[in-house]
Design a binder for this molecule. Structure first.
Ligand code: C2E
Ligand code: MG
Ligand code: MG
Ligand code: MG
Length: 276
């Protein structure tokens, strides 16, 4: 492509880029092996109903437990796996583990709450995402109300038709779908006009600290009202303090997720949250 225009392109390669490139190859080369060795697992972070203060759901978040005992967080590897395509495999590994977990709980008569999983934009480049997840839950005999899907708005910017169809297929089957990180990027309001999300997850950047300015209050309040008028449930992410909880309660946010009520945790610890 470049040659066609007959231009000379000078690429400046600095030390940071070199380090990035090395990291890319290092992580890419060990990913498959790590998956086979069961080094990936998920943690659950509680979602709290603000009216009852009860845990009414959870989000599954992937972690990588390296052989040297260190735990690596998704911001370190998800972007790389989105580039090399490995994320589609890893996500299905997570979905599979979540289904296994749910089935285990259900078949032992234990209490369960719906678990949401994250969907990488890489899936939407293939057109069978919805069918693949439907097959997965059918294999595990999991009812769709136990599993929810979190889609970020950038998914719709890149493969908009594919993404819309996927959303409709997921919803028709009975899964709930949330718009994740709302407000962090382009926040196309037209996405909300044209698509039916069940849950709107307000990005954690809306709550930067304890001081909520008048403007911030107006914006957050308005988003909550708008979402409710569209029959969506509103969940605020990144809630860390009592002040934030009080504020969100006052403006009638439905649910919250954040360190104040619970960090992402191993499944055993999470079970204590729903039993108590
Ligand atoms: P996300 O889906 O928006 O998940 C919420 C992130 O916010 C999580 O980070 C969570 O630990 C963090 N968080 C929760 N409460 C608080 C809080 O009170 N304060 C602060 N500062 N942070 C809070 P985490 O686990 O590091 O995940 C980061 C991102 O990686 C996720 O953002 C999601 O986009 C992606 N991700 C995580 N797991 C998966 C996965 O299985 N598949 C894919 N494709 N992406 C994943
Ligand atoms: Mg999420
Ligand atoms: Mg989010
Ligand atoms: Mg954010």
């Amino acid at each position: 492509k470049i040659a066609k225009y007959n231009r000379t392109i000078c690429v400046i390669f600095n030390k940071d880029m070199e380090a990035e490139r090395k990291k890319y190859y290092r992580i890419t080369s060990i990913a498959e092996e790590a998956l086979k060795n069961d080094e990936f697992y998920f943690e659950l972070q509680p979602k709290i109903d603000l009216k009852t203060k009860k845990t009414v759901g959870a989000e599954a978040l992937v972690r990588w437990s390296r052989q040297d005992g260190t735990v690596v967080y998704p911001n370190e590897f998800v972007p790389i796996f989105e580039q090399n395509g490995f994320i589609t495999k890893l996500d299905f590994y997570v979905y599979d583990k979540v289904c296994e977990y749910l089935l285990h709980r259900i078949s032992h008569g234990k209490e369960v709450v719906p678990i949401s999983v994250n969907v990488s934009r890489a899936h939407l480049k293939q057109d069978n995402f919805a069918k693949k997840v439907i097959r997965l839950v059918e294999q595990h005999r999991i009812a769709p109300e136990y599993l929810e899907f979190e889609l970020t708005e950038n998914i719709f910017l890149e493969n908009s038709e594919q993404a819309k169809e996927t959303l409709i297929e997921l919803k028709n089957y009975g899964f709930k779908v949330s718009m994740d990180d709302f407000g962090s990027g382009y926040s196309s309001l037209n996405l909300l006009m044209n698509l039916e999300f069940d849950i709107l997850k307000l990005d954690k950047d809306f709550l930067t600290d304890n001081i909520i300015s008048k403007k911030e209050e107006v914006v957050i309040k308005s988003i909550i009202r708008m979402a409710k008028l569209m029959n969506m449930t509103v969940l605020c992410e990144g809630v860390e303090t009592k002040e934030q909880v009080d504020f969100l309660e006052r403006i009638q946010c439905d649910m919250v997720q954040g360190y104040y009520f619970g960090r992402p945790m191993k499944t055993e610890a999470f079970e204590e949250c729903i039993c108590s």
